[in-house]
Design a protein around this ligand. Structure first.
Ligand SMILES: Cc1ncc(COP(=O)(O)O)c(C=O)c1O
Length: 385
């Protein structure tokens, strides 16, 4: 069966040119970038090219880019590294974040709380937006970091990042943003956003899995979490994932170049999907913000329908979607993101995330619109509704 993949927020397929660019670094150009011989130098040059491309895509300087194993590590490094640096200076430490961050940030904050760090989790409104004024009110003398994601991975809501960055800068507080779901969908510029730390992950924009980067503003020094060799200028040890990093560099350059056109195209497809489902399925509703949302994200709820049963019915009809964050799927706990929106239980447990990407066509959306209402009916029948 040919599946229609509408789960690009979980991950994206590697694009053919990215794969092509990576291949030599598994075989004939497989040197270790730390080796001083010709093969090592070639690998080192490939890393530096990827670093320059990554920096250019987000308005940074190459020396501000540190490669990691993905979004999870970048988030952990930003949050824990900043808190540990402040703790080392012997101060009380306070972090401001939101109730709807990815678990990579929230669980890192929980780990820090066990070490005495105080954490404020800002609430969000019914659309999933943070109020910058609340962020400012939460600032205290010991606030060491503000961490607010650019785009939520479940509901696609875009946060007022520029405003929050400006507040953080005005108070002299480092600002981290998880931009994992933003690259390729929004213009991302660390200076425009006044970000001091920014996380990204290659597999969300047609690069490979298991590789990402943390942007660290020049002069800012979060504690190192991975100790060992002198890779990444002594700040992140471990032999670099050269093919993966090459893939990241190609993928981010392509995503940034294509972003304006991709955003316009995907927004039109997304809105066609949303409107079509809302018109065809009585009682269905959109979760998240109607316009301030990532171009690929359509989170739709079918109150009363069990999301796991509906996902199965969608799959039987050839449509692959998700019940929320991919890493949380299969859990019985409700999504912390949907819970934070103040939705009623039926809307939370009936929510499905459809996420569009580069390969999604207008024809795909028409196929989805033909199948989704029928899948909802099937799910209702299975539940005896
Ligand atoms: C917003 C956000 N942050 C962080 C991550 C984690 O990234 P990775 O899968 O590269 O560890 C994800 C991935 O689902 C995400 O959507």
């Amino acid at each position: 069966m040919r599946y229609l993949y509408l789960d690009h927020a979980a991950t994206t397929p590697v694009s053919p040119p990215v794969l092509e660019a990576m291949l030599p670094y598994f075989t004939r150009a497989a040197g270790n970038p730390s080796s001083t011989h010709a093969a090592g130098r070639a690998a080192h040059d490939a890393l530096e090219t990827a670093r320059a491309r990554t920096a250019a895509a987000i308005g940074a300087e190459a020396r501000e880019i540190f490669f990691t194993s993905g979004g999870t590590e970048s988030d952990n490094w930003a949050v824990k590294g900043t808190a540990l640096a402040a703790l080392r200076r012997g101060r009380d430490v306070h972090i401001i974040t939101t109730a709807i961050e990815h678990h990579a940030v929230l669980r890192a904050c929980e780990a820090l709380e066990r070490q005495g760090v105080r954490v404020t989790r800002l609430p969000v409104d019914g659309f999933g937006r943070v109020d910058p004024a609340e962020a400012e009110r939460a600032i205290g003398p010991d606030t060491a970091l503000i961490s607010v994601m650019a785009v939520n991975n479940e509901i696609g809501t875009i946060q007022p990042i520029r405003e929050i960055g400006r507040i953080a800068r005005a108070h002299g507080i480092p600002f981290h943003t998880d931009a994992v779901q933003a690259i390729g969908y929004l213009p991302v510029d660390v200076n425009d956003w006044q970000a001091d730390l920014l996380s990204l992950s290659a597999h969300k924009f047609r690069g490979p899995k298991g590789v990402g980067a943390l942007y660290v503003r020049r002069g800012f020094l979060p504690e190192t979490l991975l100790h060992g060799g002198a890779q990444e200028r002594g700040r992140r040890a471990g032999t670099e994932n050269v093919p993966g990093i090459v893939g990241l560099g190609c993928a981010i350059a392509a995503a940034a170049a294509a972003q304006p056109e991709a955003t316009a195209r995907l927004t039109a497809l997304r809105d066609r999907l949303i409107r079509g489902v809302l018109d065809a399925v009585p009682g269905s509703r959109l979760i998240g913000h109607p316009t301030l949302r990532q171009a690929g994200n359509a989170n739709l709820s079918f109150p009363g329908v069990d999301q796991e049963i509906l996902l199965r019915q969608l799959e039987l009809r050839g449509i692959l979607a998700s019940a929320g964050a991919a890493c949380s799927s299969g859990q019985t706990e409700p999504s912390h993101v949907l819970a934070a929106l103040g939705l009623d239980w039926e809307a939370v447990t009936g929510a499905i995330r459809f996420s569009l990407g580069t390969e999604t066509t207008g024809e795909d959306i028409e196929t989805a619109l033909a199948e989704i209402p029928a899948a909802v009916q099937d799910a209702r029948a299975v539940q005896g509704l």
